[in-house]
Design a protein around this ligand. Sequence first.
Ligand SMILES: Nc1ncnc2c1ncn2[C@@H]1O[C@H](COP(=O)(O)OP(=O)(O)OP(=O)(O)O)[C@@H](O)[C@H]1O
Ligand SMILES: [Mg+2]
Length: 319
Amino acid sequence: MQARPLRCRTGQMTKGSKHDVQQGEFQHGIWHYGNIYVTIYADQTGFSSPERRLSLAAVAIDIDGVSRTYPNGLRAIERVDLRVQAGEFVTLLGPSGCGKSTLLRMIAGLVPPTAGAIRLQPFAPGRAPLSYVFQSPTLMPWASVARNVRLPLELADMPEAEIARHVGEALALVGLADVADFYPRELSGGMQMRVSIARALVNDAPLLLMDEPFGALDEITRGRLDQEIRALWARRALTVLFVTHSVTEAVFLSTRVIVMAPRPGRILGEVSIAEAHPRADGFRLTPRFAEYCARLTELLALGGAGEDDLPGRPSGAFV
Ligand SMILES: Nc1ncnc2c1ncn2[C@@H]1O[C@H](COP(=O)(O)OP(=O)(O)OP(=O)(O)O)[C@@H](O)[C@H]1O
Ligand SMILES: [Mg+2]
């Protein structure tokens, strides 16, 4: 294989470090490869086929034969192939333990696959490739809403005037401009989650990863945030990869729903939700909505029970 230089993107590894490696050499992180930013985790640095490389133009995330086996032998993800096109709203739907968070963490570069490769769409220099909304708000309790939201920009050494502008815009987007000086303890759970979303949106990344962001919220707040996140997706032309256990939430939000199954974590199938934007709340009451839900429920049933449903885990038998 011809040796070609790969350049490390700062931030994923030691902040400020930049160095070249040769193709074929294993390095964990996100690398600039031609005009494509490549996340390389295992020793498979090449594309699995020339066609795969050529057809990457509008692909936001290319997951190519990815597996993740944890050190205890548990096969959390087994040979997953998935492409998310730029501008899609894709949801991963599956029972507890089917590897949804593991897949998201691998895309973000937080854990390495044990096989395969993940590639992300090109992004402008100096711009973050992705934002991550975790399941809980994970706010700093001692800092105001505005200080929580500005954290990623401070870490990126952005000039003060620009930070103030970005924070103002992000808080306005999630409807929290009037509580910028409040502390997290002074907010409701839904508002805290919106702070967390503002913190993810503040760096204007083109790709948004959301791991069950509304899982702990009541039905009414959840429905409202579903509407808000879809509006944001459309307004900012984002690519969203969303995780949920909820069939109805998946249908309401997504352009495509990927159904996963556990032991080992894998993709069972997918359903395209071919409905126009914007989607009114009334969509939830239509026969088509019920039909999408039925198809997803059938697919889920093929995968069997999740870990929530297991009577007990036999010792040492993880796979
Ligand atoms: N650090 C780890 N070490 C060992 N096993 C792990 C680790 N993290 C996750 N797992 C296992 O990997 C499998 C997938 O976990 P993961 O958290 O990705 O599932 P999930 O689909 O996100 O589940 P949930 O819906 O409950 O959040 C589970 O069986 C879990 O026990
Ligand atoms: Mg999870």
